[in-house]
Write a protein that binds this ligand. Structure first.
Ligand code: ZN
Length: 220
């Protein structure tokens, strides 16, 4: 039987976290828990914290930590995560949230927080070159554009350069990420829970590096 895993994946936007989460989820047979996805699911299912989140979002308020933590806690309390573990993507974002994560997963905690390292220059180039179909969301890039100019190969919709993907907007997001995440990484590191993994190169090679880091830390 393949052992489960209890993982947190950190990394800049554009570092390939989504791809690697999917792969690790298959490798360890654990659910990939993306904050955005489970928030939408909790609202749809009308869970206790899903209802709170909906009220606040409808009022235009940002979600406070206790609501976000509540939604994570509800999800981690299900059978699949209790039995197998989880890969958290997009949580925690702050050291306060990390402390809450340790509280709600006590006494087992997490195995490791992985830092998928791709330099700022590389993700900036990737994100700035990204083009997306407004209708179906298919991603393209300057290197891999649609076959016909600005027309989606999949659905024929318009392929655009989103305002979020201009260099100024990307730089602001990357600045925010660094402000929040550097202290968070130090927090995990201080507890012997951080592993940094080179995220450059072929996705298969990156997955192999991540698995090696995870299994290495757990084998201690
Ligand atoms: Zn499309």
């Amino acid at each position: 039987m393949i052992p489960g895993a209890r993982l947190v994946l950190l990394g800049r936007q554009g570092a390939g976290k989504g791809t690697q989460c999917t792969r690790l989820s298959r490798h360890y047979v654990v659910p990939h828990i993306s904050t955005g996805d489970i928030l939408r699911a909790a609202v749809r299912e009308g869970t206790e914290f899903g209802k709170k989140a909906k009220e606040m979002m409808d009022a235009g308020d940002l979600l406070p930590d206790d609501v976000i933590v509540g939604i994570i806690d509800e999800r981690l309390d299900r059978d699949d995560t209790r039995a197998r573990g989880f890969i958290l993507d997009g949580f925690p974002r702050t050291t306060t949230q990390a402390e809450e994560l340790m509280r709600i997963t006590d006494p087992r905690g997490i195995d490791v927080a992985l830092n998928l390292e791709v330099s700022r220059e590389v993700v900036l180039r990737r994100l700035a070159g990204r083009r997306v179909c407004v209708d179906c969301g298919t991603n393209y890039s300057l290197e891999q554009p649609p076959k016909y100019r600005d027309t989606c190969d999949v659905c024929g919709g318009d392929v655009i350069h989103r305002e979020d993907d201009t260099e100024g907007a990307i730089n602001r997001r990357l600045d925010l990420y660094e402000r929040e995440t550097v202290p968070l990484m130090n927090w995990f590191d201080g507890r012997g829970l951080l592993a940094s993994v080179d995220g450059m190169g072929d996705p298969d090679v990156v997955t192999a590096r991540l698995v090696e880091a995870i299994d290495g830390l757990r084998g201690r």
